[in-house]
Design a protein around this ligand. Structure first.
Ligand SMILES: N[C@@H](CCC(=O)N[C@@H](CS)C(=O)NCC(=O)O)C(=O)O
Length: 223
């Protein structure tokens, strides 16, 4: 350890922070977890991520790296065991394409569906379902997006397995329609039950409470 030590600054309910922990666990890299209060940010966070002031931040050998997807690439380049991205440039490009597509569309749509009402809510649910249709086509016939093993795209989309169902409940909406998206539903199950992943999820009750609070904050202050 010493100068090579690895720290993850995150927040218990953060789906972005979980990506970093999943990647490190799959690689077998030990790390120190530092919990951040995102509603009362520490000086440490402001120093480590002065641009966005967000978690997660990975600190490796005293050097901070922010943005979960960039951290995943860093982890994959730094620790070669258990590769997360495929070898071939074309396959890598596809993984980045799908990551980018879902990141840009699904988060905002599902968040809007959960937090807003009326037309905005309807629009959010509609866009989220359209994204699910595309995901369904991509995962068909595969155990994981990465093939037999969890890869970069599984980690990037992993929040769909646990956070999205919580958001569905909080927002009284249905996005992952299991009859319409059987392959995605099977993937969710594979992801949730993976030996290195299954014990990493925050308690569901706490998540429901937390996101109900976020929904109230959104409808009161639009945050
Ligand atoms: N694009 C960023 C998103 C990170 C993010 O939104 N983190 C939230 C916690 S889930 C945060 O730190 N929020 C504090 C804030 O927005 O001020 C990533 O992928 O790392």
């Amino acid at each position: 350890m010493g100068s090579e030590e690895v720290k993850v600054v995150s927040f218990w309910a953060s789906p972005f922070g979980k990506r970093v922990e999943w990647a490190l666990k799959l690689k077998g890299v030990e790390y120190e977890y530092i919990e951040e209060d995102i509603f009362n940010k520490s000086n440490l966070l402001l120093q480590l991520n002065p641009v966005h002031k967000k978690v997660p931040v990975l600190v490796h050998a005293h050097k901070p790296i922010a943005e979960s997807l960039i951290i995943l690439e860093y982890i994959d380049e730094t620790w070669k065991q258990y590769p997360l991205l495929p070898q071939h440039p074309y396959q890598r490009a596809l993984v980045r394409f799908w990551t980018n597509f879902v990141e840009q569309k699904l988060f905002d749509a599902a968040w809007l569906g959960m937090c807003s009402s009326g037309d905005e809510r309807e629009k959010g649910v509609k866009v989220a379902r359209e994204v699910m249709e595309k995901i369904e086509e991509e995962i068909k016939g595969k155990r994981f997006f990465g093939g037999e093993n969890i890869g970069y795209l599984d980690i990037a989309l992993g929040w769909i397995s646990y956070w999205l169902p919580v958001w569905e409940e909080v927002g009284s909406m249905e996005i992952i329609e299991s009859l319409k998206y059987p392959a995605t539903t099977a993937w969710i199950n594979n992801f949730l039950t993976h030996p290195l992943i299954k014990d990493t999820f925050p308690p569901r009750d706490n998540m429901i409470l937390y996101y109900n609070r976020r929904k109230t904050l959104f409808s009161t202050f639009n945050v």
